[in-house]
Design a protein around this ligand. Structure first.
Ligand code: SF4
Length: 316
């Protein structure tokens, strides 16, 4: 459904070139949910926005459902908008406060279809019903809704054009825990109903990724460092950064939380990334003279892969 080939998104700034996304390659098969995780600033959201061409791509290419959309602009973007839609982190700022829910959800239908008049209202009400909102909501404004209701409206708006691909950028992190669970359940149901529906689920919440996703890709400073099936990566993380991230997930048993690997320092600047392996200044097992000099290659781990000199040595 989606292939990213050597994707780079760089931003020139007065301080230098920000390498927000630096040479990442990913494949999402139809029906799959891929969780893209990493610390804030690792480039996850930039990948999502570039995939939908909300940002320009510096190099590499994006193939969506067999079509190269890397340089689509203007009217060339219209077919892309019916194939792929994005759901943003903050449902409040992603909805126009001057429009009613009915107009917000109907807008993509007006742009992409010939449905008008009574049928437009009927179709909009049906889509709202699908996300669990009754038709009375058609006349309400975003400020009259709770956070969960706003996110349901944002999901309804994305579903109007019947897309096969969803980019979900932290869709539950601004919501209360109970509402998060409802939205996650709904996303699961949606995937069960639509076998072709494919999702790129951007999140820093590893528990949510484990619950919802089939595969996981871990990003660090604009690069993917480990990728594989959720079950394999969670049960046997290979990359030291993935190990540190997973060890930070709180566990019910207090003694298990003692094994946490604490990451020292902050994410380095993408303007001036460390040489060799970008993770080496924070890596507890870095090998001096190698990790700070040579960038690691991908190591094939069967159905998973990781980028690390130590894993490469162990695999030899
Ligand atoms: Fe750590 Fe070296 Fe592996 Fe990078 S390549 S994660 S610095 S051991």
């Amino acid at each position: 459904m989606l292939t990213l080939n050597n994707l780079c998104v760089h931003f020139p700034t007065k301080n230098g070139l920000v390498r927000a996304v630096d040479d990442i390659s990913l494949t999402l098969h139809p029906g799959e949910i891929l969780g893209l995780v990493g610390e804030s600033g690792s480039g996850k959201s930039t990948v999502g926005k570039a995939t939908l061409r909300l940002l320009d791509v510096t190099s590499g290419n994006i193939v969506l459902d067999g079509e190269d959309v890397t340089h689509a602009t203007g009217s060339g973007l219209k077919p892309l908008r019916t194939k792929a839609q994005m759901i943003f982190q903050d449902p409040h700022s992603s909805l126009n406060p001057r429009m009613t829910v009915g107009r917000i959800v109907a807008e993509p239908l007006v742009i992409h279809t010939k449905i008008r008049g009574h049928r437009l209202t009927e179709t909009t009400a049906k889509i709202l019903d699908r996300v669990g909102l009754p038709s009375q909501f058609l006349h309400r404004y975003p400020h009259e809704l709770s956070g969960g209701q706003k996110q349901r409206v944002a999901i309804a708006r994305a579903l109007t054009v019947d897309p096969d691909m969803l980019i979900l950028d932290e869709p539950t992190s601004a919501l209360d825990v109970s509402v998060q669970a409802q939205i996650l359940e709904f996303l699961k149901e949606l995937h069960a109903e639509r076998p072709r529906m494919t999702s790129l689920f951007i999140s820093h919440n590893l528990a949510v990724v484990r619950y919802l996703c089939h595969r996981i890709a871990v990003m660090y400073l604009g690069k993917i460092v480990e990728e594989g099936p959720v079950a394999a990566v969670f049960s046997n993380p290979c990359h030291p950064y993935t190990k540190a991230l997973l060890s930070a997930v709180p566990l019910p048993q207090a003694e298990q939380n003692d094994s946490r690997i604490r990451l020292e320092g902050d994410l380095p600047s993408p303007v001036n990334p460390p040489t060799g392996c970008a993770f080496h200044p924070r890596c507890q097992v870095a090998v001096a003279g190698k990790c700070d000099v040579e960038p690691p290659n991908w190591v094939d781990l069967g159905n998973a892969r990781a980028r690390c000199h130590l894993i490469e040595e162990q695999a030899e």
